[in-house]
Ligand binder design. Structure first.
Ligand code: PLP
Length: 482
């Protein structure tokens, strides 16, 4: 792997690539950052990217392409039907997943639309290790409901359990027994479980889920959007897989599932998405919806350039040195923060570093959005943009009361191949500074609150002048620094 041991004894992640195209960044001084945060209504979604130093909002569609991907884009074969580019992409997927059938779609949620319209009916149930926002919405839109049956360890903030994304097999059996197998639309496993901090499931767990599906004649669907992180962790943490190659593990995982779908905004360092299967019946059932919603079967809403980049990006995803980069940078960040006493979700997962705001700013009540307040404070202190994943991301009930989230997380996503170690060290340093001064951080309140998806567009204000005090303390500690 690409972690390297220094003579000093320290182990650090080493970038296994060199930078050949760069994008200039700005780091506005703290006074300006304060002003920009006010203008953005204390909502990091409303910041202008040009005012952001490190954009750690998401890993979606912001991963860096390689020279080989860019070169492939120039050779794209643009035709409505039967393009060579599609054939190359389909062949790549067949090689890595062992699946002869591929349905292209414009992004991950488009795959979910097709799968859910095909298999979910009024009253049907989809058991899954954990939900993702768009998945749940599509299942409910088609009259179904979800059953989240992650193992208990999965939702504990601090843990040493290596596979927090595992499904609880007994709970799965119970759901089938209680509702009858005819009620189950399909069983869904999400690789690198997004909303609980990019946590993996084990290959053994997937085998156990498969066994239950076989016994009950159920379809098993894999959401492979965050597959590379899960692959890395299986190889690192699961005894049976230490000597297997990433390719072998990928083939084995895919062979256990009936349908594999993914967002190529995450998997394959590209854009787009698609659905792979070896089952011709399932393929035929979903095919028409692709032409209806996405486009003809040989592009599905993607541009041919995107498809070329994706085909090469998927190949690169089978390279241990390439896919280890993200999790190792995240692990470095999580461990350095934990050493300094900053509360973080452990063990480190894929996707990003998750700070536990419930502990970090334990003095802020949940109805004043501790994770949102921390996101605003971190931008002011550093120019780093993260995403609130807590009560602000919840929706009010129909009677106007607010459900309190069971976790208050500030997610700092690590786009793949984008940041250098010194940038990550900068983020760590400023988070530690903020933690030392956490008593200065106070809550937020809405001044504009949209009815749905309030976390995207809502505007808030600080409950006091705490942000002025934070800026003053920053200037005192860093008189000459940005
Ligand atoms: C991002 C994501 C999706 C949705 O993909 P989009 O391309 O954003 O539509 C689905 N599942 C998981 C696990 C994801 O992380």
């Amino acid at each position: 792997m690409s972690e390297i041991k220094f003579f000093s004894g320290e182990t650090v992640p080493l970038e296994m690539h060199k930078v050949t195209i760069v994008q200039k960044l700005e780091l506005p001084p703290v006074e300006k950052r304060f002003k920009f945060m006010q203008e953005a209504g204390n909502n990091t979604f409303l910041l202008n990217n040009r005012d952001v130093f490190m954009d750690m909002l998401t890993d979606s569609g912001v991963n860096a392409m390689s020279d080989r991907q860019q070169a492939a884009m120039l050779m794209a074969d643009d035709s409505y039907a039967g393009s060579e580019t599609f054939t190359r992409l389909k062949d790549t997927l067949e090689e890595i997943f062992g699946t002869p059938y591929f349905l292209p779609a414009h992004q991950g949620r488009a795959c979910e639309n097709i799968i859910c319209q095909t298999f979910v009916t009024e009253g049907s149930i989809v058991p899954m290790n954990y939900h993702f926002t768009t998945t749940k919405a599509h299942i409910e839109l088609n009259g179904g409901s979800i059953e989240e049956i992650i193992i208990d360890e999965g939702t504990k903030v601090t843990s040493e359990y290596p596979f927090k994304g595992n499904m609880d097999i007994d709970k799965l059996k119970n759901i089938i027994k209680e509702n009858g197998k005819d009620k189950i639309a399909f069983v869904r496993m999400e690789a690198g479980t997004n909303l609980i901090g990019g946590q993996p499931f084990s290959l053994q767990n997937l085998k156990d889920v498969r066994k239950v599906c076989d016994e009950n004649n159920l379809i098993l669907v894999l959401d492979a959007s965050l597959l590379t992180d899960n692959l890395y962790f299986i190889k690192e943490r699961e005894e049976c897989c230490k000597s297997k190659s990433i390719r072998e593990i990928t083939l084995e995982m895919a062979s256990l599932c009936d349908i594999v779908y993914f967002s190529a905004r995450k998997l394959g360092f590209a854009r787009g998405g698609g659905i792979s299967t070896s089952n011709q019946d399932l393929y035929m059932k979903m095919r028409e919806l692709v032409t209806l919603y996405e486009g003809f079967l040989t592009y599905g809403g993607m541009s041919v350039r995107e498809m070329e980049a994706l085909a090469v990006g998927l190949e690169e995803s089978m390279d241990e040195h390439i896919i280890s980069q993200g999790p190792q940078f995240i692990s470095y960040m999580v461990n350095e923060l934990a050493k300094a006493g900053v509360p973080v979700v452990t063990p480190a997962g894929g996707l990003g570093c998750h700070i536990d705001a419930m502990q970090f700013v334990s003095h802020i009540p949940q109805n004043q959005y501790p994770a949102g307040a921390l996101a605003a404070a971190l931008y002011i202190a550093s120019g780093v943009r993260g995403m609130e994943r807590g009560t602000m991301s919840e929706q009010r009930r129909s009677d106007g009361t607010e459900p309190m989230s069971n976790m208050e997380l500030l997610r700092l996503a690590m786009p793949r191949r984008v940041f250098t170690l010194s940038q990550v060290k900068y983020a760590i340093d400023r988070i530690i500074w903020l933690h030392e001064n956490r008593h200065l951080i106070e809550g937020l309140r809405f001044i504009e609150e949209p009815k749905s998806l309030r976390f995207f567009f809502g505007r808030l204000e600080p409950v006091s002048n705490w942000q002025e005090k934070l800026v003053a303390k920053f200037r005192e500690d860093f008189p000459d620094s940005l």
